[in-house]
Design a protein around this ligand. Sequence first.
Ligand SMILES: [Zn+2]
Length: 366
Amino acid sequence: MRQSLRLGSISGIPVGINWGLLLIAAFYTFNLAVGVLPSAVPDASALGYWIFAAMNVVVFFGSVLAHELGHSVVAQRNGIRVKEITLWLLGGVAQLEKEADDPGVEFRIAVAGPAVSVALAVGFAGLAFALGPAYGGGLLTFSLGYLAVVNGALAIFNMIPAAPLDGGRVLASLLWWRSNDRHRSRATAARVGEVFGTGLLIVGVIGFFMGAGTFVLAILGFFLRTAAGAERRRAEAFEVIQSAVVATAMSPIVAPIAPGVTAAGVQALSGGYERPVAFPLWGADGVIGLIPSSSIDAIPLAQRAFVDADALVVPWSQFMSASVHESLTAIVQRAHASGKPHVLVYDDQGAQVGYIGLDRDLSTLG
Ligand SMILES: [Zn+2]
């Protein structure tokens, strides 16, 4: 049996519902028809309670669908195809074909869902106020107010900055925008998600044993914690791959050399290394810059014994700095923007560990 039931498709996006949702919908309708509505509007008929309960549930799931469509429409406008929208126990999921490759796009996709929920909340509240005088205190007014509140709650809950909630994606996109480091930003938002999910799980379980109806919070917390953990591990794996790539592309910074050495001397020293390296060069006031071993290639063989190493040094003022965690693509983009093709790579401890000369080293990467 398929996991989800296909409802149809909206603007080319297939929409399905999870079987479990039908059970929840039935329970939710019962709860509204027998509990919430009769206590809020005491003088209506039993049939009226059931009709409005069913309508509220259908409109609520329609609102969840509209929220997911908000994400989907913005994703598709940015060239990201949406494979399917599925409504399930704890809300909806829009499955995107790929991830955004720009923090601005990620931000807009994440914000679009809660924005739709806020618009719906405002719309339902407006209708409740407009119809209030005519149908004062009736099932219709109450239901509109109720839908305004649940849509507002949906927007607020989803904007909690804990991945995989929308607010977590917003947080990740802002961190990514500031740090230029997509995977590290996602890992951070996922870590917040794990903490939040764990907290919700604990509160839900304690509340349950104290007799409060918080079991659903515990389930939600468990799901969030599990999903956030998976996201964190994935982001961390990408971080490792990415830093490995930067580590491969850079020329490691090795022992400094003293002034007065010739290009031939630098060449002789670099012969001791298996790959291109960068030598810090001592000047009168400490290290004045780096000599990439690859820069010797530009000097004709016969002249190397006569060219001073000073002529090869790239002074500190010409460097752009980068972290080993930054992606090569991000480094290239920043280097183009800053007009500095020489990149000094720092590790987590703030030590200078490598040199990337963009015109040379990156072209060999393919
Ligand atoms: Zn959302």
